[in-house]
Design a binder for this molecule. Sequence first.
Ligand SMILES: [Zn+2]
Length: 475
Amino acid sequence: MDDVIIGLEIHVQLNRLHSKMFCGCSTAYHDSLPNSHTCPVCLGLPGSLPVINKKAVEYGIKVGLALNCKIEEETLFYRKNYYYPDLPKGFQISQYDYPLATKGHIMILGDNGAERNIRINRAHMEEDPGRLVHAGTIDKAKYTMVDYNRCGMPLLEVVTEPDLCSPKEARVFLDKLKSILDYLDVFDGTQEGSMRIDANISLKGGDRSEVKNITGFKGVEKALSYEITRQKNLQRRNIKVVQETRHFDELRNITVSIRSKVGAHDYRYFPECDLAVMRIAPWVPAIRAALPELPDVKRERFVKQYSLADDHAKSLTSEIKLANFYEAVAARASPKLAAVWIADVLKGELNYRDLSIESFQEEQMIEILQMLEKGKISEDGAVQIIRTLLDRIPIEIGGSPSKIAHELGLGKAEDDAVQKAVREAVAESAAAVADYKAGSERALNFVVGLVMKKTRGKADAGEVHRLVKAEVEKA
Ligand SMILES: [Zn+2]
């Protein structure tokens, strides 16, 4: 799909902050009544004056540095003029020339399986507009309501260069960006609308369309796939793709045209005269020094320090909480075994149940790994214990793995009991043993089955196979 060109603009709500971008209203509005978190500033009443939330700018710089951007010496706010009911002032305070951060990049795993460098054009700060609630679908709504609780929320807009080549790459990029933001602790991705994406898409040689306000990464993939098909169909029929803004309708899985695209000059940008120029360069060293270890660096360290496979290291470092969980467990169990069980088993079981790593405790994982290492439970048994612990949430949280092993009767049969069963089974299977000796490897399965039956499934099948083979060859 090298004929597809995609660029993204991602609006990240810096919702870990306590107050809005230019006023003291609380950012914790998600479960509140409409229009209950507002004041004269965020309602744009005449005579009200904005005050910059310094912490928000610091968060913006933090993200800029993590995206390998250059941080400007000085930065300032502009008025972006447009008339829309979600914007009571008639303009949005945003940035234009001299944005906070420019010319960054992050690495992603591209479609061809190789690491690709995706360039970041800029990251700038702005205020979120209010939220329109349409009665029905956007193109057919009879009326629309407006909620200004969101108005004035601190936003960081991250703009990529058109470096992405497929809907899947866009998704991979977004996952990576989200992972970095998660590490920086600047936003809570579980809040509705915390990340909203505009996607520019074109086919080589054609004009581009912009799909606005997509929430959810699956939505981005779907909207882009729909657009590619739509534009290809137009090209095939020799119809020109017009440059326009479209909306992704999640219920119908299609994009619909909202308006023809407006250029930057239509917004009549000019500096926000109520806010001073900010000299931010002196803040940068301290913010840089306080940056946490980021996903790529942590992943490399995991590979080296714990001798992990790259896939495991990548999976374990995708979320900061998961990475911390792993390190706590690896400190008290075999790091390699812990990686396999956390990345391959626990993570899958959590995803399947839509649970986060906080649903499982380090102590539980350590206990399971210790039981495995001492041969007290089989691998199948360990999986069953993890599933049972997760299935009991939220009735029981933090249950004891060994108690569950006991309840489920998962304790592995004692070794000598297995040995005894192996000897008996081999003695009782003269025909199968003869077949094996005549060259039929599969004949051993019968004997293994017999041992499993005698030990009522508590023995480890792989181990039994090894013991049976040894016994037969001894005879
Ligand atoms: Zn306010």
